[in-house]
Design a protein around this ligand. Structure first.
Ligand code: ASP
Length: 319
C-alpha cells in the first residue's frame, strides 16, 4: 500500500496514434510527467493532497497543450470562460468557480473560494470581483489566444455544434493532431497524502463554441469533481452534459459507500456501463484511501498518468 500517490488526466477523446507525431507525443508525455512530478514533490515531503492536486493542475493550466487555463478553448463569441473545482476529502470542504475569464489559474481561485469565502461556488462577474479582492493573477486576452484553437472554433461554428476539444465525430481527420484541431483537454488530479487524506481538482475551458454561459460538469461538486476520505477522490473529463446528468463522481462514491464496492468495480459500472448507455463519452482519474488508482475511459484515449510512492512515473495516451 503506497503511503502517497497521485493521478492526473489531461482530457480524453478521439486520440488516434496514427494521427499523432512523435514530437507531439513527446510534448504531451513531458507535460504529464511535469505535472506528476510537481504533485509528487509535495507529497513526498509530507505535504497535503490538497496542495499536490492544486500544484499538478496548475502545471497543466500553464501549458497551452491542454484545455484549461492558458490553453482554454473558445466560446461561441470568441472569449474564454473557464470552470474549476477543488475538494478536500478530509473535511468535505470544496471550492469552485464557473465561467471566469482572464484568470491565469482558475484552480487557485477555486481554492480561494473554499478557503477565503463562506461559499462553495462563485460564477462569472461575481467570481471576478472576488478574484480582484483577493489579488489572484489575471492575464490579458492575448495570453489565452491560440490560432489552432481559434480555427477549431470557426470549424465548429460552421455546423453550429459544441464540441469536446478532441472528439472526432464533428471534425474531419484534417483537424486532428497534425493540425491541432482536437488536441486539447480538460485537466484534473487526485491524490493521497501521507496523512491518509485524499483530494481532487479539475480545471477546464469547457467545450469549443459553447454559448449562453454554458457550464459543464468540472466545477460541479459531485459531477466532475469529488473527494471524500471514506470513499474516493475523482476528477472527470468528457461530455459535461452527460456527466452532470449522471452525477458521475458522487455516483462512484455512493457505490463504494452504500454498496461496499471497490474503487475499480464502482468506476467500471459508472464509466463503462451507465455512461455508455446514456451516450456519455469520457473518463476520469480516481483514488481511494489505500492508494488504489483507477484511470477508466470509454473514448479512444485519455491523456493520463500516475505516480505512487516507490513506483515509476506512468503516463499513457491511448488504450
Ligand atoms: N467535461 C468538460 C466540460 O464538459 C469538457 C472536457 O472534459 O474536455 O466542460
Amino acid at each position: 500500500m503506497p503511503k502517497h500517490a497521485i493521478a492526473i488526466h489531461g482530457g480524453c477523446g478521439t486520440m488516434l496514434k496514427k494521427l499523432m507525431t512523435p514530437e507531439k507525443e513527446l510534448a504531451y508525455n513531458k507535460a504529464l510527467e511535469d505535472a506528476l512530478i510537481a504533485g509528487d514533490e509535495i507529497l513526498k515531503k509530507g505535504g497535503t493532497s490538497l496542495d499536490a492536486v492544486e500544484k499538478a493542475v496548475l502545471s497543466l493550466e500553464n501549458n497551452h497543450l491542454f484545455n484549461a487555463g492558458k490553453g482554454s478553448v473558445f466560446t461561441n463569441t470568441g472569449t474564454h470562460e473557464m470552470d474549476a473545482a477543488i475538494m478536500n476529502g478530509q473535511n468535505l470542504m470544496a471550492g469552485a468557480v464557473a465561467g471566469v475569464s482572464n484568470i491565469k489559474n482558475p484552480i487557485s481561485l477555486a481554492r480561494a473560494v473554499m478557503e477565503k469565502s463562506e461559499h462553495v461556488m462563485l460564477a462569472a462577474a461575481g467570481a471576478i470581483e472576488f478574484a480582484k479582492k483577493i489579488n489572484v493573477e489575471f492575464e490579458k486576452d492575448e495570453y489565452f489566444f491560440d490560432q489552432l484553437r481559434y480555427d477549431q472554433l470557426l470549424k465548429a461554428k460552421e455546423s453550429d455544434v459544441m464540441v469536446m476539444d478532441h472528439s472526432g465525430d464533428t471534425l474531419s481527420n484534417d483537424d486532428t493532431f497534425e493540425n491541432g484541431g482536437k488536441k486539447f483537454g480538460t485537466v484534473g488530479a487526485v491524490a493521497l497524502d501521507m496523512h491518509g487524506n485524499i483530494a481532487a481538482a479539475t480545471s477546464t475551458g469547457g467545450m469549443t463554441n459553447k454559448k449562453y454561459g454554458r457550464l459543464g460538469d468540472s466545477p460541479v461538486i459531485g459531477s466532475g469533481t469529488y473527494a471524500n476520505n471514506n470513499t474516493c477522490a475523482i476528477s472527470c473529463t468528457g461530455h459535461g452534459e452527460f456527466f452532470l446528468r449522471s452525477v458521475v463522481a458522487y455516483d462512484i462514491s455512493c457505490l463504494m459507500e452504500y454498496k461496499g464496492l471497490s474503487l475499480k468495480e464502482a468506476c467500471d459500472i459508472v464509466v463503462m456501463d451507465k455512461l455508455v448507455k446514456l451516450g456519455g463519452e469520457g473518463g476520469l482519474v480516481a483514488i481511494d484511501k489505500n492508494g488504489n488508482i483507477e484511470l477508466p475511459f470509454n473514448t479512444e484515449g485519455m491523456y493520463r498518468g500516475m505516480k505512487a510512492e516507490g513506483a515509476e512515473i506512468f503516463v499513457r495516451i491511448y488504450k
